[in-house]
Write a protein that binds this ligand. Sequence first.
Ligand SMILES: NC(=O)c1ccc[n+]([C@@H]2O[C@H](COP(=O)([O-])OP(=O)(O)OC[C@H]3O[C@@H](n4cnc5c(N)ncnc54)[C@H](OP(=O)(O)O)[C@@H]3O)[C@@H](O)[C@H]2O)c1
Length: 262
Amino acid sequence: MELDLTGKTAVVTGAGRGIGLAVAEALTAEGVRVVGAARTITPELEKASVAAVSADLGTADGATALIDAALTELGGIDILVNNVGGGDADRLGLGGFLDVSDEQWRILFDLNLFSAVWATRAALPSLLERRGAIVNVSSINAHLPAAGPVGYSEAKAALSNLGKRLSEEFGPRGVRVNTVSPGVVGTPLWRDPSGFGAKLAESQGISHEQLLASIGEQFGIASGRISEPEEVAALIAFLVSPRAANIVGADYVIDGGTVKTA
Ligand SMILES: NC(=O)c1ccc[n+]([C@@H]2O[C@H](COP(=O)([O-])OP(=O)(O)OC[C@H]3O[C@@H](n4cnc5c(N)ncnc54)[C@H](OP(=O)(O)O)[C@@H]3O)[C@@H](O)[C@H]2O)c1
């Protein structure tokens, strides 16, 4: 399918690896000029972007500096993918509600909710001018509150809610806002030996390899496997393209059938 994205411009947050990198690669392959951001600029991101910006997107200053840099580089923004999220494994506790400090709540809300608020606020004037599109990367955890670190599901639920609010306010003015909610995706977050997956395995008293091999069963994934970053990126590339021109305020789950509700 021709996505008709050639010549468009995009900002992708959290694009150094994982889903964000796959989105930058997919959009670049479609002829989009991409500015990608992360704290660490990886060689892969350098290759998949016209400019890579190093910024801490868990701060208002970092998120707005990214949009300023992107506007200078690109001249305007057609597509914003608010992908950054999760949280640094070494700063996340896996305990229950009573074990978790305000600091963890704040870190998770800053990165998973406010980063999108800040980037969207800064990019909207240009997106409105160009009748652009936004995709927020949420999670099935938005619908499964008891799973994952305390504060993560709550922040993603708020992010999914934000997508609907924005689509109601800005849909009539030509900016489409949609949400993509993945289940487990095979990114460094799960596969890196120092990532969240390894930490979760340790908390369960099993090896990282055992955890990765048992995720399908543990999470009740109907397809039997996790998603790959490229599969999530293909969905996002479609959603920001003119092929999806009347998809507004939707929330697409991509989870191999993990969520069981209709
Ligand atoms: N993987 C999954 O199973 C899964 C499932 C559902 C939803 N999601 C969501 O999908 C999104 C991407 O996840 P992923 O698995 O691809 O993550 P990942 O593999 O951990 O990659 C995260 C990217 O974001 C960057 N990043 C992290 N903190 C940052 C910060 N404070 N400022 C700037 N950049 C930052 C990282 O680079 P630096 O560390 O160098 O900054 C990296 O480039 C997240 O919103 C996550 O919640 C993931």
